[in-house]
Design a protein around this ligand. Structure first.
Ligand code: AMP
Length: 433
Protein backbone atom coordinates (compact mmCIF):
# COMPACT_ATOMS: atom_id res chain seq x y z
CA UNK A 1 0.00 0.00 0.00
CA UNK A 2 1.31 3.44 -0.83
CA UNK A 3 1.81 5.92 1.98
CA UNK A 4 -1.26 8.06 2.66
CA UNK A 5 -0.74 11.28 0.72
CA UNK A 6 -0.92 14.63 2.46
CA UNK A 7 -3.86 15.80 0.35
CA UNK A 8 -6.82 13.69 -0.59
CA UNK A 9 -9.81 14.33 -2.79
CA UNK A 10 -12.87 15.66 -0.97
CA UNK A 11 -15.28 13.04 0.40
CA UNK A 12 -17.76 11.79 -2.19
CA UNK A 13 -15.76 13.25 -5.10
CA UNK A 14 -13.69 11.25 -7.54
CA UNK A 15 -10.74 11.47 -9.89
CA UNK A 16 -11.66 9.88 -13.18
CA UNK A 17 -8.46 8.11 -14.16
CA UNK A 18 -7.60 7.05 -17.68
CA UNK A 19 -8.88 3.50 -17.23
CA UNK A 20 -12.39 4.83 -16.59
CA UNK A 21 -12.48 7.57 -19.20
CA UNK A 22 -13.60 5.25 -21.97
CA UNK A 23 -16.82 4.41 -20.10
CA UNK A 24 -17.63 8.09 -19.77
CA UNK A 25 -16.82 8.69 -23.45
CA UNK A 26 -19.01 5.80 -24.52
CA UNK A 27 -21.97 7.12 -22.54
CA UNK A 28 -21.44 10.70 -23.77
CA UNK A 29 -21.19 9.58 -27.39
CA UNK A 30 -24.41 7.60 -27.27
CA UNK A 31 -26.26 10.38 -25.40
CA UNK A 32 -25.08 13.05 -27.83
CA UNK A 33 -25.85 11.00 -30.95
CA UNK A 34 -29.38 10.33 -29.82
CA UNK A 35 -29.90 13.95 -28.70
CA UNK A 36 -28.65 15.10 -32.12
CA UNK A 37 -31.08 12.82 -33.91
CA UNK A 38 -33.97 14.35 -31.96
CA UNK A 39 -32.61 17.82 -32.73
CA UNK A 40 -31.69 18.90 -29.21
CA UNK A 41 -29.21 21.77 -29.02
CA UNK A 42 -26.42 21.74 -26.46
CA UNK A 43 -26.50 24.35 -23.70
CA UNK A 44 -23.75 24.82 -21.12
CA UNK A 45 -24.79 26.93 -18.14
CA UNK A 46 -22.49 28.02 -15.29
CA UNK A 47 -21.76 25.49 -12.57
CA UNK A 48 -22.56 28.19 -10.00
CA UNK A 49 -25.93 29.95 -9.95
CA UNK A 50 -27.57 32.23 -7.44
CA UNK A 51 -28.74 30.27 -4.41
CA UNK A 52 -32.20 31.78 -4.72
CA UNK A 53 -32.65 30.23 -8.17
CA UNK A 54 -32.47 26.78 -6.62
CA UNK A 55 -34.39 27.49 -3.42
CA UNK A 56 -37.19 29.06 -5.43
CA UNK A 57 -37.04 26.66 -8.38
CA UNK A 58 -36.59 23.34 -6.59
CA UNK A 59 -38.56 24.31 -3.47
CA UNK A 60 -37.60 25.37 0.04
CA UNK A 61 -38.92 22.20 1.65
CA UNK A 62 -37.13 19.71 -0.61
CA UNK A 63 -34.21 17.62 0.64
CA UNK A 64 -31.95 19.09 -2.05
CA UNK A 65 -32.48 22.66 -0.83
CA UNK A 66 -32.70 21.87 2.87
CA UNK A 67 -29.76 19.52 3.14
CA UNK A 68 -27.78 19.06 -0.04
CA UNK A 69 -26.61 22.35 -1.47
CA UNK A 70 -22.97 23.43 -1.59
CA UNK A 71 -23.36 27.15 -1.04
CA UNK A 72 -20.70 29.85 -0.84
CA UNK A 73 -20.68 33.55 -0.18
CA UNK A 74 -18.75 35.69 -2.64
CA UNK A 75 -16.51 38.58 -1.57
CA UNK A 76 -19.30 40.87 -2.76
CA UNK A 77 -21.72 39.19 -0.33
CA UNK A 78 -23.82 37.24 -2.88
CA UNK A 79 -24.83 33.66 -2.21
CA UNK A 80 -24.01 31.22 -4.98
CA UNK A 81 -24.63 27.47 -5.10
CA UNK A 82 -22.95 24.68 -7.04
CA UNK A 83 -25.78 23.37 -9.22
CA UNK A 84 -27.43 20.34 -7.61
CA UNK A 85 -29.17 19.67 -10.95
CA UNK A 86 -29.50 21.28 -14.38
CA UNK A 87 -33.14 22.28 -14.79
CA UNK A 88 -33.30 25.62 -12.87
CA UNK A 89 -30.14 26.91 -14.61
CA UNK A 90 -31.39 25.88 -18.05
CA UNK A 91 -34.76 27.54 -17.45
CA UNK A 92 -33.00 30.67 -16.15
CA UNK A 93 -31.01 30.77 -19.39
CA UNK A 94 -34.15 30.18 -21.49
CA UNK A 95 -35.80 33.21 -19.88
CA UNK A 96 -32.68 35.39 -19.77
CA UNK A 97 -31.95 34.89 -23.48
CA UNK A 98 -35.55 35.40 -24.57
CA UNK A 99 -35.80 31.88 -25.97
CA UNK A 100 -39.59 32.08 -25.71
CA UNK A 101 -39.34 34.17 -28.91
CA UNK A 102 -37.75 31.26 -30.81
CA UNK A 103 -39.90 28.65 -32.54
CA UNK A 104 -41.22 26.40 -29.75
CA UNK A 105 -40.48 23.96 -28.33
CA UNK A 106 -36.87 24.72 -27.49
CA UNK A 107 -35.06 21.41 -27.00
CA UNK A 108 -31.87 21.59 -24.97
CA UNK A 109 -29.36 19.09 -23.70
CA UNK A 110 -26.56 19.51 -21.15
CA UNK A 111 -23.82 17.35 -19.80
CA UNK A 112 -21.58 17.92 -16.82
CA UNK A 113 -21.05 17.80 -13.09
CA UNK A 114 -23.68 18.44 -10.44
CA UNK A 115 -23.07 18.66 -6.71
CA UNK A 116 -25.06 17.45 -3.72
CA UNK A 117 -24.00 17.30 -0.12
CA UNK A 118 -25.01 13.67 0.43
CA UNK A 119 -23.80 10.95 2.72
CA UNK A 120 -21.23 9.37 0.37
CA UNK A 121 -21.73 5.68 -0.37
CA UNK A 122 -21.64 3.30 -3.35
CA UNK A 123 -23.37 5.00 -6.28
CA UNK A 124 -24.13 8.13 -4.23
CA UNK A 125 -21.57 10.86 -4.62
CA UNK A 126 -21.19 14.54 -3.83
CA UNK A 127 -19.97 15.34 -7.31
CA UNK A 128 -21.38 13.33 -10.19
CA UNK A 129 -22.29 13.88 -13.82
CA UNK A 130 -25.68 14.09 -15.42
CA UNK A 131 -26.89 14.07 -18.98
CA UNK A 132 -29.95 16.29 -19.03
CA UNK A 133 -32.71 16.94 -21.58
CA UNK A 134 -35.35 19.66 -21.49
CA UNK A 135 -38.18 20.34 -23.95
CA UNK A 136 -39.51 23.81 -23.18
CA UNK A 137 -42.65 25.27 -24.73
CA UNK A 138 -44.72 22.18 -25.48
CA UNK A 139 -47.47 20.76 -23.29
CA UNK A 140 -48.57 17.85 -25.45
CA UNK A 141 -48.39 14.44 -23.68
CA UNK A 142 -46.62 12.90 -26.66
CA UNK A 143 -43.48 14.79 -25.57
CA UNK A 144 -43.61 13.22 -22.08
CA UNK A 145 -43.66 9.81 -23.77
CA UNK A 146 -40.89 10.82 -26.16
CA UNK A 147 -38.58 11.91 -23.32
CA UNK A 148 -39.08 8.53 -21.65
CA UNK A 149 -38.50 6.82 -24.99
CA UNK A 150 -35.24 8.72 -25.59
CA UNK A 151 -33.75 7.81 -22.21
CA UNK A 152 -34.96 4.23 -22.54
CA UNK A 153 -33.26 4.05 -25.94
CA UNK A 154 -30.01 5.45 -24.53
CA UNK A 155 -29.98 2.76 -21.83
CA UNK A 156 -30.80 0.05 -24.38
CA UNK A 157 -28.00 1.25 -26.68
CA UNK A 158 -25.66 1.04 -23.69
CA UNK A 159 -26.88 -2.54 -23.29
CA UNK A 160 -28.11 -1.97 -19.75
CA UNK A 161 -30.31 -4.93 -18.86
CA UNK A 162 -33.39 -5.42 -16.68
CA UNK A 163 -34.80 -1.94 -17.11
CA UNK A 164 -37.86 -0.88 -15.19
CA UNK A 165 -39.76 2.29 -16.03
CA UNK A 166 -41.96 3.57 -13.23
CA UNK A 167 -44.47 6.28 -13.98
CA UNK A 168 -47.10 8.30 -12.15
CA UNK A 169 -48.97 11.56 -12.38
CA UNK A 170 -48.86 13.97 -9.47
CA UNK A 171 -51.57 16.25 -10.86
CA UNK A 172 -51.39 20.03 -11.01
CA UNK A 173 -52.58 23.11 -9.11
CA UNK A 174 -56.17 22.13 -9.88
CA UNK A 175 -56.21 18.71 -8.28
CA UNK A 176 -53.12 18.37 -6.10
CA UNK A 177 -54.23 20.66 -3.23
CA UNK A 178 -57.33 18.53 -2.63
CA UNK A 179 -55.31 15.32 -2.74
CA UNK A 180 -52.72 16.84 -0.41
CA UNK A 181 -55.48 17.51 2.11
CA UNK A 182 -56.78 13.95 1.85
CA UNK A 183 -53.30 12.55 2.23
CA UNK A 184 -52.46 14.82 5.17
CA UNK A 185 -55.60 13.76 7.02
CA UNK A 186 -54.78 10.12 6.46
CA UNK A 187 -51.12 10.50 7.48
CA UNK A 188 -52.06 12.48 10.59
CA UNK A 189 -54.24 9.60 11.69
CA UNK A 190 -51.14 7.35 11.44
CA UNK A 191 -48.51 9.89 12.51
CA UNK A 192 -47.11 7.84 15.38
CA UNK A 193 -46.20 5.06 12.92
CA UNK A 194 -44.01 7.37 10.79
CA UNK A 195 -40.27 8.02 11.05
CA UNK A 196 -39.14 11.35 12.49
CA UNK A 197 -38.25 12.73 9.04
CA UNK A 198 -41.71 11.92 7.76
CA UNK A 199 -43.35 13.55 10.75
CA UNK A 200 -41.55 16.72 9.69
CA UNK A 201 -42.44 16.12 6.02
CA UNK A 202 -46.07 15.72 7.02
CA UNK A 203 -46.12 19.34 8.06
CA UNK A 204 -43.90 20.73 5.30
CA UNK A 205 -44.42 18.58 2.23
CA UNK A 206 -46.70 15.56 2.84
CA UNK A 207 -46.25 14.15 -0.67
CA UNK A 208 -42.65 13.38 0.20
CA UNK A 209 -43.79 10.85 2.78
CA UNK A 210 -44.91 8.71 -0.17
CA UNK A 211 -41.36 7.97 -1.31
CA UNK A 212 -39.77 7.45 2.09
CA UNK A 213 -37.69 4.26 2.05
CA UNK A 214 -38.27 3.36 5.73
CA UNK A 215 -40.20 0.10 6.12
CA UNK A 216 -42.57 1.48 8.72
CA UNK A 217 -43.44 4.47 6.53
CA UNK A 218 -43.96 2.24 3.50
CA UNK A 219 -46.45 0.20 5.51
CA UNK A 220 -48.43 3.37 6.23
CA UNK A 221 -48.13 4.53 2.63
CA UNK A 222 -49.42 1.25 1.21
CA UNK A 223 -52.86 2.11 2.62
CA UNK A 224 -52.78 5.79 1.68
CA UNK A 225 -55.16 7.36 -0.83
CA UNK A 226 -53.65 7.41 -4.32
CA UNK A 227 -53.41 10.60 -6.33
CA UNK A 228 -54.30 8.75 -9.50
CA UNK A 229 -57.86 8.41 -8.13
CA UNK A 230 -58.08 12.15 -7.55
CA UNK A 231 -56.68 13.70 -10.72
CA UNK A 232 -58.71 16.46 -12.35
CA UNK A 233 -60.13 15.73 -15.78
CA UNK A 234 -57.32 17.51 -17.61
CA UNK A 235 -54.54 15.70 -15.70
CA UNK A 236 -56.34 12.39 -16.07
CA UNK A 237 -56.64 12.84 -19.83
CA UNK A 238 -52.99 13.88 -20.10
CA UNK A 239 -51.77 10.87 -18.14
CA UNK A 240 -53.96 8.46 -20.10
CA UNK A 241 -52.50 9.84 -23.34
CA UNK A 242 -48.91 9.46 -22.12
CA UNK A 243 -49.59 5.81 -21.30
CA UNK A 244 -51.25 5.25 -24.68
CA UNK A 245 -48.22 6.66 -26.46
CA UNK A 246 -45.96 4.37 -24.45
CA UNK A 247 -48.20 1.41 -25.33
CA UNK A 248 -48.01 2.41 -28.98
CA UNK A 249 -44.19 2.15 -28.98
CA UNK A 250 -44.25 -1.02 -26.85
CA UNK A 251 -42.32 0.60 -24.07
CA UNK A 252 -42.95 -1.41 -20.91
CA UNK A 253 -43.80 0.61 -17.81
CA UNK A 254 -45.04 0.05 -14.32
CA UNK A 255 -47.56 2.36 -12.68
CA UNK A 256 -46.27 3.39 -9.29
CA UNK A 257 -48.98 5.46 -7.57
CA UNK A 258 -46.50 6.51 -4.88
CA UNK A 259 -43.80 7.88 -7.15
CA UNK A 260 -43.65 11.61 -6.40
CA UNK A 261 -40.00 12.67 -6.93
CA UNK A 262 -38.23 14.94 -4.52
CA UNK A 263 -38.71 18.23 -6.30
CA UNK A 264 -41.52 20.72 -5.96
CA UNK A 265 -41.72 21.83 -9.56
CA UNK A 266 -43.22 18.72 -11.15
CA UNK A 267 -46.75 18.73 -12.52
CA UNK A 268 -48.56 15.81 -14.10
CA UNK A 269 -46.13 13.13 -15.36
CA UNK A 270 -43.24 11.92 -13.22
CA UNK A 271 -41.09 8.90 -14.05
CA UNK A 272 -37.95 7.04 -13.11
CA UNK A 273 -35.96 4.36 -14.90
CA UNK A 274 -34.17 1.72 -12.84
CA UNK A 275 -31.94 -1.24 -13.50
CA UNK A 276 -32.98 -4.23 -11.42
CA UNK A 277 -29.89 -5.94 -10.12
CA UNK A 278 -30.08 -9.44 -8.77
CA UNK A 279 -27.77 -9.58 -5.80
CA UNK A 280 -25.44 -12.38 -4.73
CA UNK A 281 -28.15 -13.84 -2.57
CA UNK A 282 -30.18 -14.65 -5.66
CA UNK A 283 -31.47 -17.80 -4.05
CA UNK A 284 -33.43 -15.63 -1.67
CA UNK A 285 -34.68 -13.58 -4.59
CA UNK A 286 -33.10 -10.39 -3.33
CA UNK A 287 -32.81 -7.70 -5.94
CA UNK A 288 -32.08 -4.02 -5.77
CA UNK A 289 -33.27 -1.11 -7.87
CA UNK A 290 -30.60 1.23 -9.15
CA UNK A 291 -32.08 4.56 -10.20
CA UNK A 292 -30.52 5.65 -13.50
CA UNK A 293 -32.86 8.30 -14.92
CA UNK A 294 -35.51 10.55 -13.42
CA UNK A 295 -37.69 13.32 -14.69
CA UNK A 296 -41.11 14.61 -15.49
CA UNK A 297 -43.24 17.50 -16.60
CA UNK A 298 -42.93 20.88 -14.92
CA UNK A 299 -45.48 23.28 -16.31
CA UNK A 300 -45.13 25.96 -13.63
CA UNK A 301 -41.38 26.41 -13.39
CA UNK A 302 -40.80 28.90 -16.22
CA UNK A 303 -43.42 31.23 -14.73
CA UNK A 304 -42.19 30.68 -11.19
CA UNK A 305 -38.71 31.80 -12.26
CA UNK A 306 -40.04 34.98 -13.85
CA UNK A 307 -40.87 33.86 -17.39
CA UNK A 308 -44.15 33.42 -19.21
CA UNK A 309 -46.63 30.64 -18.55
CA UNK A 310 -44.77 28.01 -20.56
CA UNK A 311 -44.99 24.23 -20.12
CA UNK A 312 -41.91 22.03 -20.12
CA UNK A 313 -40.75 18.48 -19.58
CA UNK A 314 -37.30 17.01 -18.95
CA UNK A 315 -35.19 14.37 -17.29
CA UNK A 316 -31.63 13.57 -16.23
CA UNK A 317 -29.47 10.47 -16.39
CA UNK A 318 -26.83 9.71 -13.74
CA UNK A 319 -23.60 8.99 -15.62
CA UNK A 320 -21.56 7.37 -12.78
CA UNK A 321 -24.29 4.85 -11.96
CA UNK A 322 -24.11 3.67 -15.57
CA UNK A 323 -20.31 3.67 -15.57
CA UNK A 324 -20.49 1.36 -12.54
CA UNK A 325 -22.84 -1.01 -14.36
CA UNK A 326 -20.71 -1.02 -17.52
CA UNK A 327 -17.59 -1.74 -15.47
CA UNK A 328 -19.16 -4.74 -13.78
CA UNK A 329 -20.31 -6.02 -17.17
CA UNK A 330 -16.91 -5.75 -18.82
CA UNK A 331 -15.23 -7.28 -15.75
CA UNK A 332 -12.93 -4.26 -15.76
CA UNK A 333 -11.29 -5.76 -18.87
CA UNK A 334 -8.55 -3.54 -20.17
CA UNK A 335 -9.04 -2.44 -23.72
CA UNK A 336 -6.00 -3.25 -25.79
CA UNK A 337 -4.09 -0.19 -26.96
CA UNK A 338 -4.48 0.27 -30.65
CA UNK A 339 -1.08 1.69 -31.56
CA UNK A 340 0.21 -0.26 -34.58
CA UNK A 341 3.65 1.42 -34.68
CA UNK A 342 6.35 2.30 -32.16
CA UNK A 343 9.16 4.75 -32.83
CA UNK A 344 12.40 3.83 -31.03
CA UNK A 345 15.31 6.25 -31.16
CA UNK A 346 18.90 6.34 -30.00
CA UNK A 347 20.98 9.51 -29.63
CA UNK A 348 20.27 13.21 -29.73
CA UNK A 349 20.07 13.61 -33.50
CA UNK A 350 17.59 10.72 -33.67
CA UNK A 351 15.46 12.36 -30.97
CA UNK A 352 15.34 15.55 -33.06
CA UNK A 353 14.42 13.69 -36.26
CA UNK A 354 11.92 11.59 -34.31
CA UNK A 355 10.18 14.66 -32.91
CA UNK A 356 9.51 15.88 -36.43
CA UNK A 357 8.62 12.46 -37.80
CA UNK A 358 5.92 11.97 -35.17
CA UNK A 359 4.17 15.11 -36.37
CA UNK A 360 4.22 13.77 -39.96
CA UNK A 361 2.56 10.57 -38.73
CA UNK A 362 -0.04 12.53 -36.76
CA UNK A 363 -0.97 14.49 -39.88
CA UNK A 364 -1.27 11.21 -41.78
CA UNK A 365 -3.56 9.90 -38.98
CA UNK A 366 -1.27 6.96 -38.17
CA UNK A 367 -1.01 6.19 -34.48
CA UNK A 368 2.65 5.96 -33.46
CA UNK A 369 3.65 5.35 -29.84
CA UNK A 370 7.02 6.57 -28.57
CA UNK A 371 9.22 7.03 -25.53
CA UNK A 372 11.28 10.00 -26.66
CA UNK A 373 12.60 10.70 -23.18
CA UNK A 374 14.21 7.24 -23.00
CA UNK A 375 17.82 6.58 -23.97
CA UNK A 376 17.98 2.81 -23.65
CA UNK A 377 16.95 0.93 -26.79
CA UNK A 378 16.22 -2.18 -24.72
CA UNK A 379 13.70 -0.32 -22.56
CA UNK A 380 12.02 1.13 -25.64
CA UNK A 381 11.69 -2.24 -27.33
CA UNK A 382 10.19 -3.63 -24.14
CA UNK A 383 7.52 -0.91 -24.26
CA UNK A 384 6.86 -1.64 -27.95
CA UNK A 385 6.41 -5.30 -27.05
CA UNK A 386 3.99 -4.49 -24.25
CA UNK A 387 1.88 -2.36 -26.55
CA UNK A 388 1.73 -5.23 -29.02
CA UNK A 389 2.63 -3.03 -32.01
CA UNK A 390 2.97 -4.51 -35.47
CA UNK A 391 6.05 -2.50 -36.44
CA UNK A 392 8.85 -0.74 -34.62
CA UNK A 393 10.76 2.02 -36.40
CA UNK A 394 14.40 2.16 -35.35
CA UNK A 395 16.17 5.47 -35.67
CA UNK A 396 19.79 5.56 -34.41
CA UNK A 397 22.67 7.96 -34.88
CA UNK A 398 23.79 6.24 -38.11
CA UNK A 399 20.29 6.14 -39.63
CA UNK A 400 19.70 9.78 -38.72
CA UNK A 401 22.90 10.84 -40.47
CA UNK A 402 22.02 8.78 -43.56
CA UNK A 403 18.40 9.96 -43.60
CA UNK A 404 16.92 6.46 -43.31
CA UNK A 405 14.92 4.44 -40.79
CA UNK A 406 14.73 0.71 -40.08
CA UNK A 407 11.29 -0.93 -40.08
CA UNK A 408 11.15 -3.99 -37.87
CA UNK A 409 8.23 -6.38 -38.30
CA UNK A 410 7.58 -7.43 -34.71
CA UNK A 411 6.01 -10.75 -35.64
CA UNK A 412 8.66 -12.06 -38.06
CA UNK A 413 11.64 -10.05 -36.78
CA UNK A 414 12.38 -9.07 -40.40
CA UNK A 415 14.02 -5.65 -40.83
CA UNK A 416 14.06 -3.31 -43.81
CA UNK A 417 15.66 0.08 -44.43
CA UNK A 418 13.52 2.86 -45.88
CA UNK A 419 14.28 6.52 -46.66
CA UNK A 420 13.08 8.88 -43.92
CA UNK A 421 11.15 10.95 -46.47
CA UNK A 422 9.21 7.89 -47.62
CA UNK A 423 8.50 6.24 -44.29
CA UNK A 424 5.01 7.70 -43.73
CA UNK A 425 3.86 6.56 -47.15
CA UNK A 426 5.41 3.12 -46.66
CA UNK A 427 3.75 2.63 -43.25
CA UNK A 428 0.43 3.72 -44.67
CA UNK A 429 0.79 1.08 -47.37
CA UNK A 430 1.76 -1.65 -44.90
CA UNK A 431 -1.00 -0.86 -42.42
CA UNK A 432 -3.62 -0.91 -45.16
CA UNK A 433 -2.92 -4.58 -45.86
P1 AMP B 1 -32.29 13.24 -9.59
O1 AMP B 1 -31.79 14.53 -10.16
O2 AMP B 1 -32.10 13.09 -8.12
O3 AMP B 1 -33.63 12.89 -10.04
O4 AMP B 1 -31.32 12.13 -10.19
C1 AMP B 1 -31.25 11.76 -11.53
C2 AMP B 1 -30.26 10.65 -11.64
O5 AMP B 1 -28.97 11.10 -11.20
C3 AMP B 1 -30.56 9.47 -10.72
O6 AMP B 1 -31.45 8.57 -11.31
C4 AMP B 1 -29.18 8.87 -10.53
O7 AMP B 1 -28.84 8.05 -11.64
C5 AMP B 1 -28.27 10.06 -10.53
N1 AMP B 1 -27.94 10.50 -9.16
C6 AMP B 1 -28.70 11.21 -8.30
N2 AMP B 1 -28.03 11.46 -7.16
C7 AMP B 1 -26.81 10.91 -7.29
C8 AMP B 1 -25.65 10.85 -6.46
N3 AMP B 1 -25.60 11.42 -5.26
N4 AMP B 1 -24.55 10.20 -6.93
C9 AMP B 1 -24.55 9.63 -8.16
N5 AMP B 1 -25.61 9.66 -8.99
C10 AMP B 1 -26.73 10.29 -8.57
Amino acid sequence: MSKKSKFQRPAGMHDVLSGNQRYFQKIYNICKNIADFYRFQEIATPILESTELFSKGIGMTTDIVQKQMFTLRTKGGDYLTLRPEFTPGVIRAYIEHGMQNLPQPVKLYSLGPVFRYEHPQAGRYRQFNQFNLEVIGEGNPVIDAQIIQIFYTILKELKIKNLLVEINSIGDNQCRPYYKKLLTNYLKSRESALCSDCRRRLRENPLRVLDCKEDKCQRVVSQAPQIIDHLCEECHRHFKSVLEFLDEIDLPYHLNPYLVRGLDYYTKTVFEIFSIEKEKTEAEGVSSKIALVAGGRYNNLVKLLGGEDIPAVGAALGVERIVNLLKVKSGEAKEKEVYPVFLAQLGNLAKRKGLKLLEDFRKAKILVAEALGRDSLKAQLKTADKLGVKYTLLLGQKESLEGVVIIRDMKTGKQEIVKLGKIVKEMKRRLKK
